[in-house]
Write a protein that binds this ligand. Structure first.
Ligand SMILES: Cc1cc2nc3c(=O)[nH]c(=O)nc-3n(C[C@H](O)[C@H](O)[C@H](O)COP(=O)(O)OP(=O)(O)OC[C@H]3O[C@@H](n4cnc5c(N)ncnc54)[C@H](O)[C@@H]3O)c2cc1C
Length: 342
């Protein structure tokens, strides 16, 4: 068998892009697609710089750019009109050297299909199984006319989407994907709070990963932190980790910082109800609300929930106060952390 034969399962964006790349590298490619014809569904798609760079390497970047336009300002609002996230095309370009191309999904698909050669795509062919051999793999498929067939190649690429049959054949233990009910905002958005010196915490304590809701008197944050037993694990208890509990106080403080326009620190807690421990190293959510101004600061209540919305802990009346030089002290701490971690 020719060592450079590949079967790609799925003619979505992933499968077609893989086909273009493999062909450019000299491989014989066959693409199986279950749909009777290649037809992209959906509306617009945003292509970030990393995706565009990949398409450039595949030689498809130019034709795809010709169909798109560079994104300006945008964002997502709640039904009540509050901003959930905002993006500025200018800031992306100037501060991060990034740009986002928006185009119709069908046009992206058509450009990729043209680059593959449409006759290499077998439509109406559903892959039902993949058997791995020593130096090859055999794909079993069924056509729309109830015919069955097999094809062997040196390489099989599973690009058959989120409910991948190929993954099920090759890695049955992986199971099906499970909807957690959360919109992922993990990453930059939350960590920016530390970089912007709204908080002064160093890497070991940076548990705030995403801002899900930002309203004047309410902040919902997606959090995750590995529990490090600082101070030899002192102050820890069955339902309480001081390290993970500190993330709750951080979220409460951030709401205060945004309200006061200045750094503030939690100094008191009215009451705490601990129903279950905050998970170590896996996602949880903190909702800070009931913001009330006090002399020199604010009080806030914070609720910790797991991905299914189960309440794990309730921290009421967290009192945070500000002093005139606190923001500068936070900034100084962040400068030190940055120096220390470089
Ligand atoms: C509402 C929405 C908006 C999105 N917006 C963006 C965005 O703006 N920017 C961005 O980068 N990403 C976006 N995404 C994500 C992006 O669309 C997907 O990551 C991408 O389309 C996945 O491509 P794929 O080729 O891996 O899979 P798919 O597009 O799912 O393609 C899989 C293909 O495999 C075929 N197939 C499945 N099973 C078999 C089988 N057994 N045999 C043969 N063929 C089979 C299917 O018919 C399909 O054609 C969005 C997703 C959604 C849902």
């Amino acid at each position: 068998m020719n060592e450079r034969t590949a079967i790609i399962v799925g003619a979505g964006i992933g499968g077609l892009a893989a086909a273009v790349g493999l062909r450019a590298a000299g491989w014989d490619v066959t693409v199986f697609e279950q749909a009777p014809e290649i037809r992209a569904t959906g509306a617009g798609i945003s292509l970030w710089s990393n995706g565009l760079r990949a398409l450039d390497l595949l030689g498809a970047g130019e034709s795809i750019r010709a169909h798109g336009t560079v994104q300006g300002n945008g964002g997502i609002r709640t039904s009540a009109g509050h901003w959930l996230s905002r993006s500025s095309g200018r800031r992306l370009r100037v501060e991060n050297d990034l740009s986002v191309l928006v185009l119709h999904r069908a046009e992206l698909h058509e450009c990729l299909l043209a680059a593959v050669r449409p006759d290499l795509v077998r439509t109406g062919a559903t892959v039902v199984d993949v058997a791995q051999g020593k130096s090859s793999a055999t794909v079993s498929y069924r056509t729309d006319h109830e015919n069955e067939g097999v094809l062997t190649a040196a390489l099989v690429v599973g690009a058959d989407g989120i409910r991948s049959r190929v993954r099920g054949s090759v890695l049955p233990e992986a199971g099906a994907p499970r909807y957690a009910g959360w919109t992922p905002t993990d990453g930059d958005d939350g960590l920016r709070i530390y970089r912007d010196a709204d908080l002064f915490h160093g890497p070991l304590l940076q548990g705030l990963r995403g801002v899900v809701v930002r309203e004047p008197a309410r902040l919902v944050a997606q959090c995750r932190l590995t529990d490090t037993p600082l101070g030899g694990g002192g102050w820890a208890a069955g339902l309480h980790s001081p390290v993970l509990g500190d993330v709750v106080l951080q979220v409460a403080s951030v709401l205060g910082v945004w309200h006061l326009g200045a750094g503030c620190l939690p100094l008191s807690v009215g009451s705490v109800e601990l129903f279950a421990p905050i998970p170590d190293g896996s996602p949880f959510r903190v909702t800070a609300e009931d913001l009330r101004p006090t002399a020199g600061g604010v009080t806030v209540s914070a609720t910790v929930t797991d991905p299914r919305g189960r309440v794990l802990q309730r921290w009421r009346d967290v009192g945070a106060v500000s002093t005139p030089d606190m923001s500068e002290r936070f900034a100084e701490a962040v400068r030190r952390w940055n120096g220390a971690t470089r």
